[in-house]
Design a protein around this ligand. Structure first.
Ligand code: ADP
Length: 402
């Protein structure tokens, strides 16, 4: 197990294209770090640079305290699992897993020990004699992971390993990868374009866009406090509602106004916005779940955070209804409890917005300017949390071995 540091990393391809720009990230021992972003944002390039399959044009890649820029892939003590895992069709599951070790001339007993161990971790014991054609897609993917596990690497790299599987199998394999991390507690770097995979797997998520990092943080933080408009749109289904408008400062109190849509901003934002100009161009962001039907609120309602929407189409998802509505020319989606289905037929619906869950983004820089100070500076806390999780995993695994 080893930490991985990427320091001022750039990748400029031969045709001059800058695929990764000034990438800086410390991945700590035992961490599960997910690189996520739309296709073409530079995730695979970054991963391949860690593996040594691509050279970095600038910067340092450090694995376990050693700069590996000039170290050959095979000497980096990493193992990579790809989307196209290409098992050898004529070899059994056992032989597929043992092959790499045999090539490296490992003694037979050591190969047996490692394959047995990997097979136990992945639940492949019953399948060792089968050929790949006799396996399901998920089982084949497990064998591919087995091939990586037997290497006993310091770092695992995964490049979209689940994208060839159907939706049900992906959920299944997600669980298995989490269990794998629980059991072997090795640093893992995982590339995906799927934000659900990122949210469910990562100790931390690194959101990338056109070669740069938009935000790094624990899933909950990324979801609750997106640092940029890009992250707000990319993470969360449906995405955050975004309303363009201006900050209005009146009597020392800030509101957001987007035409006829006006809401008073909550106390925690007033302090954070105190130097901002009246009339500044901003984007107001709020997730669908932050809307509550006014008639569902018990007690007094703060009318300064009520908006009136005209219902459009709706999507019944069983546990909630996603109501597409509009207010003063702004389209938005609100989550409505199914028992209030009758509101969909009304001409207008009033919502109370939970302003504790709202955000203000600077339209010019796209940055969230209302992230609480303690969240923005929470660097020591996350590393402590991840180290604690890692410690717990190690203890559990020891217990299991006894
Ligand atoms: P992702 O994994 O996020 O989908 P990649 O890292 O594969 O993205 O690619 C990032 C960008 O670099 C893309 O725009 C891609 O077209 C470009 N790219 C990848 N490989 C090369 C190459 N060999 N030469 C030039 N451009 C490349």
């Amino acid at each position: 197990m080893a930490g991985v540091t990427l320091e001022n990393i750039w990748k400029v391809y031969d045709n001059g294209y800058e695929a990764v720009k000034n990438f800086n990230l410390d991945i700590i021992n035992g961490e599960f770090l997910v690189l996520v972003g739309p296709s073409g944002c530079g995730k695979s390039t970054t991963l391949r640079m860690v593996a040594g399959l691509e050279n970095n044009s600038k910067g340092k890649i450090i694995i376990d305290g050693k700069v590996v820029n000039d170290t050959a892939p095979k000497d980096r003590d990493i193992a990579m699992v790809f989307q196209n895992y290409a098992l050898y069709p004529h070899m059994s599951v056992y032989k597929n897993m043992a092959f790499g070790l045999k090539l490296r001339k490992f003694p037979k007993e050591e190969i047996d020990r490692r394959v047995e161990n990997a097979s136990k971790i992945l639940g492949l014991d019953e399948l060792l004699a089968r050929k790949p054609s006799q396996l399901s897609g998920g089982q084949r993917q497990r064998v591919a992971m087995g091939r990586a596990i037997v290497r006993e690497p310091k770092v695992f790299l995964f490049d979209e390993p689940l994208s060839n599987l159907d939706a049900k199998m992906r959920v299944e394999m997600r669980k298995e990868i989490l269990m794998l991390h629980e059991r072997i507690d090795t640093t893992m770097i995982y590339v995906t374009h799927d934000q659900v995979e990122a949210m469910t797997l990562g100790d931390r998520i690194c959101v990338m866009n056109v070669g740069v990092i938009e935000q790094v943080g624990e899933p909950r933080i990324i979801f609750d406090y997106p640092a940029t408009l890009f992250v707000a749109k990319f993470i969360g289904t449906p995405p955050m509602n975004l309303f363009e408008g201006v900050l209005v400062k009146s009597g020392g109190v800030y509101s957001f106004a987007g035409g006829d849509f006006e809401v008073k901003l909550p106390d925690h934002m007033q302090e954070l916005l105190k130097d901002k100009e009246n009339g500044m161009d901003v984007v107001f962001g709020v997730r669908p779940r932050a809307f509550t039907l006014k008639e569902a609120v018990e007690g007094d309602v703060d009318t300064s955070v009520v908006i009136t929407g005209k219902p459009g189409i709706s999507e019944m998802l069983g546990e909630e209804i996603l109501l597409h509505a509009s207010c003063a020319g702004h389209d938005f989606i609100a989550s409505v409890e199914p028992k209030y289905e009758y509101v969909l037929k009304q001409d207008f619906v009033e919502f109370v917005i939970n302003m504790e869950l709202a955000h203000i983004f600077d339209k010019k820089t796209s940055r969230n300017i209302t992230i609480p100070h303690q969240v923005a500076t929470d660097t020591t806390l996350w590393s402590k949390r991840i180290a604690e999780r890692s410690e717990r995993r190690r203890k559990n695994f020891k217990k299991e071995k006894v």
